[in-house]
Design a protein around this ligand. Structure first.
Ligand code: NDP
Length: 254
């Protein structure tokens, strides 16, 4: 049955930044198709607990600030210590700090690169040992259309650069580990309705502008990324690796 190929029964999945937004939707979706889910973030809010427990998903939470390099290095080992294995790694945690380049602070650049790039590599690197040992694994990185096109608002040089790095990291690592049955893919979402897209930007409401610029005429929902995550992490995508799947309502077709 084709639907069986989407099942993740008994597989252990780590979703970084699984406490809110896209990461929480991915954690829920992976759990719904049978995965044993571990989420990480700086703190576990009521939203994640209610969302996951509400649909009967038994999950672990590991508090980790991914700006802290040793903590990022430890995260995968902590998952393996608790759950005994790691089948799926979703590098979802990310931050955006916008600002004009002429006076963009070093500290903001450092933080963006620490969470969006360094921690992604650190978690990938740590995941390779258990995945090699198991003879199989799936890594999914959350990139962005910001790693493909320079979009609105324009003052996102650091964020855009970080996401372009994630895309290339995905393709390079995929090629490096493909023969070991470890697949590495990314999704590049367009505008998705989350805390990140609603906050942290100067203009109080970019949504009407994004809607106008998106051929489908709306922003996306986290569940629309989660559906692709299930596909890419499952055996349904057993011959897909090194792919950066754009999910943007047609934004980058222009
Ligand atoms: P949110 O801001 O809603 O959620 C971000 C998540 O990352 C939270 O779970 C947060 O957990 C975690 N996080 C942030 N900083 C850290 C840190 N220092 N250490 C550990 N965890 C951290 O973002 P989205 O859901 O919108 O974004 C998820 C991913 O999707 C990001 O990589 C983002 O760049 C990408 N993306 C988002 C788009 C959008 O339009 N929303 C478009 C394209 C890509 P906590 O607060 O508990 O630490």
């Amino acid at each position: 049955m084709i639907l069986d190929r989407f099942r993740l029964d008994s597989q252990v999945a780590l979703v970084t930044g699984g406490t809110r937004g896209i990461g929480l939707a991915i954690a829920k979706a992976l759990g719904e198709v049978g995965a044993r889910v571990v989420i990480s973030g700086r703190s576990l809010g009521k939203e994640a607990e209610q969302t996951l427990l509400g649909v009967g998903i038994d999950f672990n939470f590991i508090a980790t600030d991914l700006e802290d390099a040793p903590a990022a290095d430890r995260l995968v080992a902590d998952v393996v210590a608790r759950r005994g294995r790691l089948d799926i790694l979703v590098n979802n945690a990310g931050i955006a700090i916008h600002g004009d380049s002429a006076d963009y602070p070093d500290e903001a650049w450092r933080r963006i690169m620490a969470v969006n790039v360094d921690a992604v590599f650190r978690c990938c690197r740590a995941a390779l040992a258990p995945m090699r040992h198991q003879g199989k694994g799936a890594i999914l990185n959350i990139g962005s259309i910001s790693g493909i096109v320079s979009n609105i608002p324009q003052n996102q040089v650091a964020y855009n650069s970080s996401k372009a790095a994630v895309h290339m990291m995905t393709r390079s690592l995929a090629s490096e580990v493909a023969a070991e049955n470890i697949r590495v893919n990314a999704v590049a979402p367009g505008y998705i309705d989350t805390d990140m897209s609603r906050g942290g930007i100067e203009n109080p409401d970019w949504f009407p502008i994004w809607r106008r610029m998106t051929p489908m005429g709306r922003v996306g929902q986290p569940e629309e990324i989660a559906a692709a995550a299930v596909f890419l992490c499952s055996d349904a995508a057993s011959y897909v690796t090194g792919e950066v799947l754009v999910i943007d309502g047609g934004y980058t077709t222009r």
